[in-house]
Ligand binder design. Structure first.
Ligand code: ADP
Length: 195
């Protein structure tokens, strides 16, 4: 059996995670799983989950861990994730890290590498304000964008130290063109994973 590849991309809202996630996933032949995309899809289709989380997301708050953990556990149990996955936007709290550890444990799996996409706060706020005009995401108003940056700093940034301690952190400068950043990530991941 070939070894499964479990990857994660983290970084502040607006750092370009979604775009890079697709490229990394393609390279390693695994699905890119974005909790934000799963939530938005459910909101669009007005599912029970969508109705439950719409107001939370619109305010830029985090969906409760219990809900998010259950959704990810279900998603990574699907066939296409058995050879691995690239997570985008999950885990983003300490509780979520522990939940993911528990989910992966029975099969002997664990996170192999965490790509940290680094970007300056003002730069990402400006990018998101631009995206607001282009895509009209409900949580892309300036007030909510700033709140999401604060939530990231408070809840998610502390995880970086944890991943560093585990020796799986790969920090990459997120400033530059999409292709430049993709090249940097590819090189850094290859060095870390040896594949
Ligand atoms: P961004 O990184 O720009 O904030 P995402 O698409 O990753 O965009 O997330 C959008 C929103 O979805 C978050 O602000 C939050 O409300 C919710 N969300 C996504 N992932 C999680 C998660 N792992 N835990 C809790 N809430 C989440």
């Amino acid at each position: 059996m070939t070894q499964a590849t479990h990857l994660l991309i983290v970084g502040p809202p607006g750092a370009g995670k979604g775009t890079q996630a697709g490229k990394i996933a393609e390279r390693y032949g695994v699905p890119a799983i974005s909790t934000g995309d799963i939530f938005r899809e459910n909101i669009k289709n007005q599912t029970p989950l969508g109705k439950q989380v719409a107001a939370i997301i619109e305010r830029g708050e985090l969906v409760p861990d219990e809900i998010t953990n259950a959704i990810v556990a279900d998603r990574i149990a699907l066939d296409d994730a058995q050879q691995g996955f690239l997570l985008d936007g999950y885990p983003r709290t300490v509780d979520q890290v522990h939940a993911l550890d528990k989910t992966l444990e029975p099969a002997g799996g664990q996170l192999d590498a965490v790509v940290l996409l680094e970007a300056d706060t003002e730069e990402v706020v400006q990018r998101l304000l631009k995206r607001a005009v282009e895509q009209g995401r409900a949580d892309d108003t300036e007030e909510v964008i700033r709140h999401r940056q604060n939530v990231y700093a408070a809840e998610t940034a502390p995880l970086i130290e944890l991943f560093k301690e585990r020796g799986i952190l790969v920090a990459v400068d997120g400033l530059g063109t999409i292709d430049e950043v993709a090249e940097r990530i590819a090189a850094a991941l290859k060095e870390k994973l040896g594949r």
